[in-house]
Design a protein. Structure first.
Length: 244
């Protein structure tokens, strides 16, 4: 399937910087690129980035949403609000939100349902900690997160992001990535049938221009979820170019 390279801009940048980065990504998103592109700015920057990408091939997403459609939830943002300002995707269950905000699998699942109801494509993150990997629990942890975080009828994207590889410059071996992506594919197919076969599974965690080609060539790696390197347009585009 056609790969997707997604940039998670996390909590970085000014409005001006977001606009410049969006413009640079847009300019580089040429027809020959072998991957679809998605950028996920912080909430205050989504609108201007979506405006910059309007009519272009680069999709825009958020990094979280609330599980409720609307209501008395001070400081939160609904999936419908994101849709209204031009987002088409939303990252949910990122390990930083699971850690910083105590998001459980059940909470993530409720957000995924809200995103789907609002017409957003959820990008659901799973991944083990270093202690869990060292204990030989990585596959079981990821299977448990998938079972708990994905609702019945799931139609979206899954991202495997080992927590210990995020922002550290460390990545699992190619064999380890291939093994866990195979496990994720098997779980998706067992639960969702043909839809699970067609679900994109992204790899995330210290993906850079230098390691992207080898990682993106692995079986059941259908793209990348890129943090730090997505803040430099040339690096983000180089990763996308490596998907071919
Ligand atoms: P880095 O690419 O900075 O390791 O971040 C990965 C990530 O968390 C993307 O969601």
């Amino acid at each position: 399937m056609r790969p997707l390279i997604a940039g998670n801009w996390k909590m970085h940048g000014t409005l001006r910087e977001a606009g410049a980065l969006a413009e640079a990504v847009r300019a580089g998103a040429t027809a020959g690129l072998p991957a679809d592109l998605l950028v996920c700015p912080p909430f205050p920057h989504i609108h201007i980035v979506a405006a910059a990408m309007l009519g272009q091939t680069v999709a825009v997403g958020a990094q979280d949403c609330h599980a409720a459609g609307k209501g008395a939830h001070t400081g939160d943002v609904s999936a419908a609000m994101l849709r209204d300002i031009g987002a088409t995707h939303v990252i949910l269950g990122h390990s930083e939100r699971r850690a910083d905000h105590g998001e459980t699998d059940a909470a993530v699942r409720a957000k995924v349902e809200a995103a789907l109801a609002a017409g957003l494509v959820p990008v659901v993150c799973v991944g083990e900690t270093e202690a869990q990997r060292l204990a030989g629990e990585a596959e079981a942890v990821v299977e448990g997160q998938l079972a708990g975080s994905l609702p019945d009828g799931f139609a979206g994207i899954v991202a495997y992001e080992p927590v210990w590889a995020i922002g550290t410059g460390r990545t699992p071996t190619e064999d380890d990535i291939a093994a866990i992506h195979g496990t994720i594919r098997a779980a998706l197919v067992a639960r969702f049938g043909p839809a699970g076969q067609a679900t994109r599974i992204l790899y995330g965690g210290s993906m850079k221009p230098g390691n992207a080609k080898a990682i993106l060539a692995l079986a059941h790696v259908d793209g990348g979820l890129v943090g730090g390197a997505s803040l430099v347009a040339a690096d983000f585009l180089a990763i996308a170019a490596a998907a071919g």
